[in-house]
Design a protein around this ligand. Structure first.
Ligand SMILES: Cc1cc2nc3c(=O)[nH]c(=O)nc-3n(C[C@H](O)[C@H](O)[C@H](O)COP(=O)(O)OP(=O)(O)OC[C@H]3O[C@@H](n4cnc5c(N)ncnc54)[C@H](O)[C@@H]3O)c2cc1C
Length: 448
């Protein structure tokens, strides 16, 4: 199709105009150049584009910041990419009602900064904050570092506008916290990875910004101590916003790859990075954590005395991108495991992987406060990736876990969907897809 004659010239890139960035997201999915790139500026542009695509049965993949880790934003052969890069305006911020309305291509960091200008907090946070977009976090129902206090993206969305595959605009301009008028249709667009519509505008909740952040890095001798600290922190550390756990295998690899110093005097099996947010400064945080050491809940505690030290602590957690790059051909997991079964699971799977794949590099870490376990494993051989994945997914789903707590199914985990969703659920997913997108033009082959 001669797209440029159909749409305004600058809304379309074709041929040599298409940069290589559009060929892939952050996942291991194989890069593929899209046939064309559509770059709408408004909801109405998106509507015209999808209407035309449906008429022509032209498949389209929606792209936000392309930081997705499930391959959902990587084009397939013959697809156009619809990039939200020009849907990049903050439309409204209401400091009294504590809401912000943005176009879907606005980055997570821009939302956080806009909120901060009004002394408010947008609490979703993840390592890809500078690039991940409002539409991407919505479509993947992203989690991140502060879920324990504020919930996942779904809990932060009040209203949204989405364009359905046939071009109809579904606008739910809701800014109310409570609104029970009929079906809550925005939920169809949250976490469905762009299969049912293109999200163009979103209204998020904002929260009072706490001026004081207290951060501690703790060491623990076993997982029972980690679980005890989580319970202790839930009770005695009000405002607990992060509870990140790093296994010793993760810490050893981070020290090796980044050359960072070991901050603790002696090695420990587990490290916990925890943070609370408070309205005013008190000594409680320090006192209670010291009491946790005295009571034997944890072995050692380092307290961040200033922002630089806080960032140093977080850099051990945030160096994961560097680590994954070093572990070329790593397979990365974001499984969910009930916390009561986590210790047995990680012990057993670590043993099985090391026995089955001698020399495997394995690191384990996660947002343990919300049952989300990340693991990365690499033997350096591409052939082993599928075998490792099958083993981990099988063991996780055997004990009631999920194959993805955060990143979604995309294309990479499709063949495992039936292990954590029932046949009835999958049939309903297919029916909804068929109903809203009968020509199957939007993100075809993702999830189902
Ligand atoms: C370093 C790093 C750290 C990360 N940490 C976390 C983490 O802690 N927690 C977590 O949950 N994820 C994490 N991720 C994964 C990723 O950042 C999130 O999935 C993010 O939400 C993707 O946003 P994006 O704009 O890059 O989306 P993309 O990668 O562009 O797209 C992701 C999916 O959403 C669809 N999509 C994008 N925009 C729209 C739209 N406007 N309408 C409809 N569908 C759309 C795409 O088609 C695709 O299926 C991390 C990724 C990296 C690289």
């Amino acid at each position: 199709m001669e797209l440029k004659s159909f749409f305004n010239d600058d809304l379309v890139l074709q041929g040599a105009e298409i940069g290589e960035a559009y060929a892939k997201d952050w996942s291991e999915a194989l890069p593929q150049n899209p046939m064309a790139v559509l770059r709408p500026r408004t909801t109405e542009d998106v509507s015209a584009m999808l209407q035309k695509a449906t008429e022509l049965s032209q498949p389209i993949v929606t792209q936000g910041g392309r930081t997705g880790l499930a391959g959902g934003a990587t084009p397939k052969q013959g697809e156009y990419a619809l990039s939200t890069e020009r849907l990049n305006h903050i439309l409204d911020i209401d400091p009294i009602g504590k809401t912000i309305t943005v176009q879907s291509g606005v980055t997570l960091q821009q939302i956080q900064e806009a909120a901060a200008e009004h002394d408010l907090l947008f609490p979703l946070d993840l390592g890809a904050r500078g690039t991940a977009t409002a539409g991407g976090i919505t479509a993947t129902n992203a989690g991140g570092n502060q879920v324990i206090q504020y919930g996942v993206t779904r809990q932060l969305i009040l209203g949204l506008t989405a364009v359905l595959p046939d071009g109809q605009i579904m606008a739910q301009d809701n800014k109310l916290l409570k609104n029970n008028a009929g079906f809550d249709l925005k939920q169809l667009m949250i976490g469905t990875e762009g299969t049912l519509g293109v999200v163009t505008e979103i209204t998020f909740r904002l929260f009072p910004r706490r001026d004081i952040t207290k951060t501690a890095f703790c060491a623990a001798k076993d997982f029972a101590s980690v679980a005890a600290l989580l319970a202790y922190a839930g009770k005695y550390l009000p405002g607990l916003s992060s509870f990140e756990v790093l296994w010793r295998d993760y810490m050893e690899e981070i020290l090796h790859v980044t050359g960072k110093p070991d901050l603790f005097d002696a090695p420990s099996p587990f490290y916990i990075l925890l943070e609370v947010e408070a309205a005013e400064d008190t000594e409680h945080f320090e006192e209670r954590l010291m009491a946790a050491v005295t009571d034997g809940v944890v072995d050692d505690v380092l307290l961040a005395v200033n922002e630089t030290q806080r960032q140093t602590f977080w850099s051990y957690r945030d160096s994961i991108a560097e680590l994954i790059t070093d572990m070329a051909t790593a397979i990365n997991f974001d499984i969910g495991i009930p916390i009561t079964k986590m210790a047995d699971f990680t012990d057993a799977i670590g043993k099985e992987l090391r026995e089955t794949f001698p020399g495997v590099r394995l690191v384990t870490f996660g947002h343990i406060g919300d049952g989300n376990l990340h693991m990365s494993a690499s033997t350096g051989r591409q052939d082993d990736c599928m075998k490792i994945e099958d083993l981990v997914f099988q063991r996780a789903t055997d004990i009631g876990g999920t194959i993805t707590a955060e990143h979604g199914i995309g294309v990479l985990k499709k063949h495992w969907l039936s292990a954590c969703r029932t046949e009835v659920e999958i049939t309903m997913m297919r029916r909804l897809k068929g109903l809203l997108d009968p020509a199957n033009i939007l993100n075809p082959g993702r999830i189902i």
